[in-house]
Design a protein around this ligand. Structure first.
Ligand SMILES: Cc1cc2nc3c(=O)[nH]c(=O)nc-3n(C[C@H](O)[C@H](O)[C@H](O)COP(=O)(O)OP(=O)(O)OC[C@H]3O[C@@H](n4cnc5c(N)ncnc54)[C@H](O)[C@@H]3O)c2cc1C
Length: 364
């Protein structure tokens, strides 16, 4: 099957949906393609696993229930500057394309699913992971970035009897945050009984049966019923390798100019985690970028000038469980509840759906 669209949007994460919503409002014909049939607020998935009843299925919503313009469920396998080919062989030709295919954690399907592309299946994936945790006596979390820190904190709050270890190869948690935020997060996790091992890299001990992990430097061994590897975020850009390899940098990110245009192409754009536009990789920023890009496309269609992208002020709130966390605001680092609660309330679900011109589902 062949289809034509004015603007093809590849990926219905924060950036892709933000672009789709604004283009639809402006009456520009666009088609969103995603492997999944639902949008998901990733901020909320870790707590969704540890405490599924708190928000139920509210982090997710079917695209067809709130996204304007056309939607096709499918995986883009390859593309050039005129057409994209889906895994089922269908071809979509376009005038312009927005690449918003985001990123994934190769060993952590609960963060962003690896295979549960239908709404009901993803809801079940959350519950299945919760059941596994409920049976565990010990858990090892590898990687002390935002995802590892949040996950271990959520497990500590929901399952205080689980023996928890957080292993991180760096000398401080939350590499991209300020030293005060790093120190506070460490203190908060240790106060919850988490054993934090910095400067150590653990790998599966191939000589032993079961989940035994060994640090090659210190020779320490950790046995755990469950292990979560929260390291190695990679951009979803493999589908560009065949026909557009020159647009990727050495990390697999799409090279763009300050107008979000893919290097060397006037009709291709890239935003969000898959793009080299901004070193900060946040869903909030991806949402802002998607909206800005739609504005640029609308203005350009009307012959108006467009402004280059500049990182807006960024606030990062990292919970370390249900009752603590660190907030790195443009004006300092804080642990006060009134700031942490901006996220703790419903993990940003209501706010993101509002930014996307919709509203979160009610708790069933
Ligand atoms: C557990 C967790 C917690 C987080 N918490 C926060 C937070 O509190 N605050 C914050 O700002 N950020 C947070 N982030 C980061 C945030 O989730 C990302 O920055 C954000 O998801 C990036 O959005 P995006 O639109 O670029 O891409 P993504 O959200 O990754 O979406 C990409 C979409 O593209 C689709 N796709 C990919 N490849 C293809 C293909 N070939 N064909 C079709 N579809 C495709 C995917 O299915 C997906 O829907 C968190 C991330 C994780 C994992």
């Amino acid at each position: 099957m062949q289809k034509h669209t004015d603007v093809l949007i590849i990926g219905g994460g924060f950036s892709g949906v933000a672009t789709a919503q604004k283009l639809a409002k402006a009456g520009i014909s666009a088609t969103l393609v995603d492997k999944k049939d639902y949008f998901e607020v990733t901020f909320a998935v870790l707590r969704n696993v540890t405490a599924p009843k708190a928000q139920g299925n509210r982090p997710r919503k079917l695209y067809r229930d709130f996204v304007g313009g056309g939607f096709i469920q499918g995986a883009i396998e390859s593309m050039n500057d005129q057409q994209a080919t889906l895994a089922n062989g269908d071809v979509i030709t376009f005038n312009q394309a927005v690449i918003a295919s985001g990123s994934r954690y190769p060993s952590l399907s609960l963060a962003k699913t690896h295979g549960q592309f239908d709404y009901a299946a993803r809801n079940q994936e959350m519950l299945n992971e919760h059941s596994k945790l409920a049976k565990a006596k010990s858990v090892l979390v590898m990687g002390g970035g935002a995802v590892g820190v949040e996950l271990v904190g959520e497990i500590a709050s929901a399952f205080p009897n689980i023996k928890l270890t957080l292993a991180h190869s760096g000398s401080a948690l939350l590499d991209n945050m300020k030293p005060k935020a790093q120190q506070k997060a460490l203190e908060q996790l240790e106060a919850k009984g988490v054993s934090v091992k910095l400067n150590r890299r653990f790998a599966l001990d191939s000589k032993q049966e079961g989940n035994q992990y060994r640090c090659s430097k210190s020779n320490e061994v950790i046995k755990a019923d469950l292990v979560y590897s929260c390291v190695g975020m990679v951009p979803n850009t493999e589908f560009l390798r065949q026909q557009l390899p020159s647009v990727l940098d050495n990390k697999g990110l799409i090279k763009v100019d300050a107008f979000m245009k893919v290097n060397g192409y006037d009709n291709l754009y890239a935003v969000g985690d898959c793009s080299a536009l901004d070193d900060h990789k946040h869903g909030y920023l991806a949402t802002v970028q998607g909206g800005m890009l739609a504005d640029k496309i609308i203005r350009a269609a009307n012959g108006k000038k467009v402004k280059p992208y500049k990182t807006p002020p960024v606030a990062v709130i990292t919970p370390t469980g249900t009752d603590s966390g660190v907030a790195q605001m443009p004006f300092g680092v804080f642990t006060a509840n009134f700031l942490i609660n901006l996220k703790q309330k419903d993990m940003g679900i209501s706010n993101i759906f509002k930014m996307l011109g919709s509203e979160a589902d009610k708790l069933a």
